[in-house]
Design a protein around this ligand. Structure first.
Ligand SMILES: Cc1cc2nc3c(=O)[nH]c(=O)nc-3n(C[C@H](O)[C@H](O)[C@H](O)COP(=O)(O)OP(=O)(O)OC[C@H]3O[C@@H](n4cnc5c(N)ncnc54)[C@H](O)[C@@H]3O)c2cc1C
Length: 450
């Protein structure tokens, strides 16, 4: 895959980016784990389900609380991915290889990696079952299983990805196809979708639209492209301040947004996408495309949907302030698999990890959890190859901004943060349990101003 030439301008900006990249690259080998355990024990004080963003972060924090030998992570994948960078991979601004590392290298040293898939949770007996026939018991359980991608709920997918002109930034298997489709684009409709389900990073389906528009402009194809965002939602973004800024960009750049349009079928051999009008069920529209970016329907992982820890919709049923399970006090949830009523992002996971750490430490001492999660989440809305609007907000969809300037403006500094600083923070601080979100920075900046 040929990456797009670096578009960040100015020697200072480049130096800063280089420094961060260097740090990111060098961080891995220092903490190589010895690999998955073959002779795992069958009891752990803290058992973590899922070794993604939330699982690894909590394993690192729990290691400090109870000692590495008392913590285990159940995770089947050989590779751990920093998914937020896939937005830039799909647009050719980053290499896919920069987004992943061996799982062995991110499991905190001394913590057991149980390389298996959880197939059953039995919280009444304090144990879980794995697909390799093991039963593992625990004193405390942290559920961090993420959100499931349901491409097959769209007729014609996932097999449609075998054809050209179609991609999806949401999966490691299809993200590079987005970049290929962008490069192959000649003229016609470039169509971007948003499904009729909860999703992770609700901004990502439209970020790739802005990047595509910028790419078409750069390569002289803009006048031949009709750019369409067909979304199941009724608004462009859930927070008014940022929605207003995005609407201006949409008008300025002549992008078409159609609301309440849900992708139900892809006829990839004919380059056609079929949408249902959610306001008039049964009414469909067929759009021919020269490029299609699919954001798939998503749902709680199957293993949770029917388990006792799930709410009626299948999400882990936790207290929205403490992250403790509502029925099982020794069970906790973090991240995309929970029913926390906030936008599902890695930034939210970072903020949740600090709260959950505190909650568990008090529960371990038979005390009542006191620290309260305010729903902090963040979405760096990439609006071009060197521009980002940094949306940060809480449970009430009210802005909760870190920096002492208007974050609804597009900024190069925020792009550098998204592209280089955040990956650095993720690999070196968050996964090691040292990053609980920007609340401290926010206080510092805002104190300085008052
Ligand atoms: C294209 C894209 C762009 C994004 N952009 C941003 C952004 O700009 N900013 C941001 O903050 N966030 C962004 N995100 C979202 C962010 O990546 C997720 O919200 C975050 O990774 C959630 O962490 P998690 O631990 O809940 O889930 P994950 O990190 O997905 O981890 C879940 C883990 O559970 C494992 N698992 C699943 N089922 C089982 C099972 N049965 N047994 C054992 N293990 C299992 C999986 O293998 C996985 O490792 C983006 C995501 C995507 C895809």
């Amino acid at each position: 895959m040929t990456p797009l030439a670096t578009v960040v301008s100015g020697p200072r900006a480049r130096l800063f980016a280089c420094f961060l990249r260097l740090g990111t690259q060098q961080a891995g080998p220092l903490r190589l784990h010895t690999g998955a355990s073959l002779a795992a024990k069958n009891y752990y004080e803290v058992l973590v389900l899922g070794g993604g963003s939330g699982g690894i972060t909590m394993a690192a924090r729990m290691k400090r609380r109870v000692g590495a030998e008392n913590v285990a992570v159940v995770e089947p994948s050989e590779r751990h991915f920093y998914q937020p960078i896939w937005t830039l991979v799909g647009a050719g601004a980053k290499q896919l290889s920069s987004s992943g590392r061996p799982t062995a290298s991110v499991i905190p040293s001394g913590v057991e990696w149980i390389k298996a898939r959880v197939i059953e949770l039995n919280p009444d007996k304090n144990c879980i079952h794995t697909d390799n026939g093991k039963e593992i018991s625990y004193k405390y359980l942290i559920i961090a299983l993420g959100i499931q991608l349901d491409y097959e709920k769209i007729k014609g997918l996932p097999e449609g990805f075998e054809h050209p002109k179609i991609g999806s930034n949401y999966s490691v298997k299809t993200v590079e196809k987005t970049w290929k489709a962008l490069q192959d684009f000649k003229e016609g409709n470039a169509v971007f979708t948003f499904p009729n389900t909860p999703v992770k990073c609700a901004g990502a389906p439209q970020k790739i639209m802005y990047l595509s528009e910028a790419y078409f402009r750069k390569t002289g194809k803009r006048s031949k492209a009709n750019i369409i965002f067909n979304t199941s939602l009724g608004a462009i973004f859930g927070v008014k301040k940022y929605a207003a800024a995005l609407q201006e960009i949409i008008q300025e750049r002549d992008l078409t947004v159609n609301y309440k349009q849900n992708l139900i079928e892809v006829r990839a051999d004919r380059q056609e996408a079929v949408f249902e009008n959610l306001d008039k069920p049964g009414e469909t529209q067929v759009i021919s495309y020269e490029m299609l970016h699919v954001t798939p329907p998503m749902s709680p992982p199957d293993v949770l949907k029917t388990s006792p820890v799930a709410d009626a919709a299948g999400w882990v049923d936790v207290d929205k302030e403490t992250l403790q399970h509502k029925k099982y006090p020794n069970v906790f949830g973090i991240g995309d698999c929970t029913n926390l009523p906030t936008s599902k992002t890695a930034a939210a996971v970072a903020a949740q990890s600090g709260i959950l750490d505190r909650t568990i430490s008090l529960v371990m001492k038979n005390q009542t959890p006191t620290k309260k999660y305010d729903g902090y989440t963040s979405c760096p809305l990439v609006t071009g190859y060197n521009r980002v609007i940094l949306a940060e907000f809480d449970y009430n969809a009210q802005p909760l901004e870190t920096f002492p300037f208007d974050q609804s403006k597009e900024r190069l500094s925020m792009y550098l943060m998204k592209a280089d600083l955040m990956p650095f923070l993720y690999w070196n601080m968050m996964l090691r349990g040292y990053w609980g979100g920007p609340a401290i920075l926010r206080k510092l900046f805002h104190l300085g101003m008052s």
